[in-house]
Design a protein. Structure first.
Length: 180
């Protein structure tokens, strides 16, 4: 299922387990946030096709953290530069998120769910892509996986409370207006 959130932002939701995938069109670039699980590969390609895109037309992939339900389809995007936080990704194929220079997208380091968790704030649109750090209505990501830290997650949530977003786009669940 595809839902248009703003003129230049779409959410892809899947029937099989995996994260949501967000498509952002900005400055003529096609940017994907997270890639869902491998179980969703065929549906992800179909969703892109419905928007007249092919995986080869994705320019940038931003990964909110290194869990397979968010990274399972990286290999689809052969022409994309892929970015993630080096605390989570040691592969040379993943570019350091610190090197992503798109002025409209603010990268917020939010460790807690994983060591290298990030959120992406699209300032102009006032949209926060929160991965598994924050879901709606104050629900937060798990910290019982390897690399998780409840204390770090609480610190990350304090950072997010200072962000002036209007729409929260989590890795799972429904989109919310700021409500925590």
């Amino acid at each position: 299922m595809i839902k248009q959130i703003k003129d230049n932002i779409w959410k892809f939701r899947f029937n099989s387990f995996g994260s949501h995938v967000y498509l952002v069109k900005l400055h003529g670039k096609n940017i994907i946030i997270d890639t869902a699980s491998r179980l969703n590969r065929k549906s992800l390609v179909q969703h892109l096709n419905e928007l007249n895109l092919k995986p080869e037309q994705i320019d940038i992939v931003i990964l909110t953290h290194n869990h397979p339900d968010h990274t399972g389809n990286i290999s689809l995007f052969k022409n994309a530069k892929i970015y993630g936080d080096k605390s989570d990704f040691s592969s040379e194929k993943i570019n350091n998120i610190d090197n992503l220079k798109i002025k409209e997208l603010e990268i917020i380091k939010t460790p807690g769910h994983t060591k290298g968790g990030i959120c992406i704030y699209f300032r102009k649109e006032k949209v926060l892509f929160s991965g598994d750090t924050l879901f709606g209505r104050g629900v937060v990501g798990r910290t019982d996986f390897p690399g998780g830290s409840h204390e770090q997650l609480l610190n990350s949530l304090e950072k997010l409370k200072k962000i002036d977003y209007e729409i929260l786009c989590p890795g799972h669940g429904i989109i919310h207006n700021k409500d925590y």
